[in-house]
Design a protein around this ligand. Structure first.
Ligand code: KG4
Ligand code: ZN
Length: 344
């Protein structure tokens, strides 16, 4: 069975062909970073136009490389939310048109469900597993019991973790996208010269996340330094990254304890979403796995950041449960995971 996946919810235009046997038969990801770089963030209108411009060629490439014609597709899976409305409309319109013309089953996928299920595309990973979902727009700790069955153990009260990296990089003048730039700069820094306080330090027993305070602390520190050198930037980035990463790992560890208290034993620990590409976070996850005797699924970088393979795979998981979406399905720019994985 071969399913086509289409992802246009933010600033990656992506198309992929995935089989039920966990094979990514072909895929293309067009990152729009250059289009948005001069503005220091994603401009929704520019994103929608770029999706419209790139999508047809990417689709052609994927079908050609996957050696399949549209008629032979078993289904089309497309991101229907959450995300930027303009981009969602571009992807959904293409998917609906192809499905209607060639009578192919259609399934609308929640982008966050795509991230959550991506470990199961990479390797066998039984439910329940504990997932730290950290992207540019979302930060949640999710206990994944099954398809359409999740428990949100903790989530951010303000900014997302990826946003904290992006805004931190902007404050330090490191460019866009901020996460990888800040992580790279931090590599050349000493993480003990500056000290940022861990978020929500006085609230040890809750599983909430928060990143707006540390971002403000960084801005204040930069103001007091006035003439900031390259080494200052590296040292600031190093402690900023360390504080965010340690906080995320602490909350993940507390969440695991909370599961154990309830006699739930997650089969694995996973970090999904763009921030999962962070090396310090991956290293810390390995230590946590050793300490708690809980295996990890270490997602490869491509599966951490936005891609269409995870959307095709989530579609496959839905189809295997007998789920289909109607041609009348709509984009859902706001769509919490607890409201289901697929469009109805
Ligand atoms: O999941 P994703 O590709 O897109 C969204 O759905 O948001 O995540 C993008 C986010 C951005 O905020 C980016 O700065 C962050 O992931 N990111 C990183 C790294 N690579 C990407 N953050 C920290 N370290 C990285 N190496
Ligand atoms: Zn994402």
């Amino acid at each position: 069975m071969a399913v086509l996946g289409i992802e246009t919810s933010c600033d990656e235009t992506a198309v992929a062909l995935v089989s039920t046997k966990r094979e990514i038969l072909s895929q293309r990801i067009w990152t729009q970073q250059a289009e948005h770089a001069t503005y220091g963030g994603v401009v929704p209108e520019i994103a929608a136009r770029a999706h419209l411009q790139k999508l047809p060629n990417l689709l052609g490439d994927v079908l050609r490389e996957g050696k399949i014609t549209l008629k032979k597709l078993d289904a089309i899976a497309v991101t229907t939310g959450p995300g930027l409305i303009g981009g969602l409309i571009v992807g959904i319109t293409l998917a609906k048109m192809l499905a209607a013309m060639h009578k192919i089953p259609l399934i609308g996928v929640n982008h966050l469900a795509g991230h959550l299920l991506s470990p199961r595309l990479q390797e066998p990973c039984d439910f329940p597993y504990l997932c730290l979902l950290v992207s540019g727009g979302h930060s949640q700790i999710v206990l994944v019991h099954g398809i359409n069955n999740v428990e949100i153990l903790g989530q951010t009260l303000d900014d997302a973790a990826g946003e904290a990296f992006d805004k931190g990089a902007k404050i330090l003048g490191l460019g866009f996208p901020g996460g990888p730039a800040l992580a790279k700069t931090a590599e050349g820094g000493v993480d003990k010269r500056f000290h940022f306080t861990s978020p929500l330090a006085s609230r040890r027993d809750c599983l909430d996340l928060s990143f707006s305070g540390i971002k403000t602390a960084l801005a204040r520190q930069v103001e007091t330094l006035k003439n900031i050198s390259a080494q200052d930037k590296a040292d600031l980035a190093a402690n900023y990254e360390k504080t965010i990463v340690n906080f995320l790992l602490k909350r993940l560890s507390q969440s695991l304890e909370r599961c154990h208290e309830k006699q739930i034993f997650p089969t694995s620990l996973v970090i999904a979403g763009g921030v999962g590409a962070n090396h310090r976070l991956q290293k810390g996850l390995t230590l946590l796995s050793n300490d708690t005797n809980t295996p990890i699924v270490s997602l490869n970088k491509m599966l951490c950041t936005d891609n269409a393979a995870m959307i095709a795979w989530a579609g496959i998981e839905g189809l295997q449960e007998g789920v289909y979406s109607p041609l009348t399905m709509r984009p859902q720019p706001r769509w919490p995971l607890t409201e289901g994985f697929f469009s109805q």
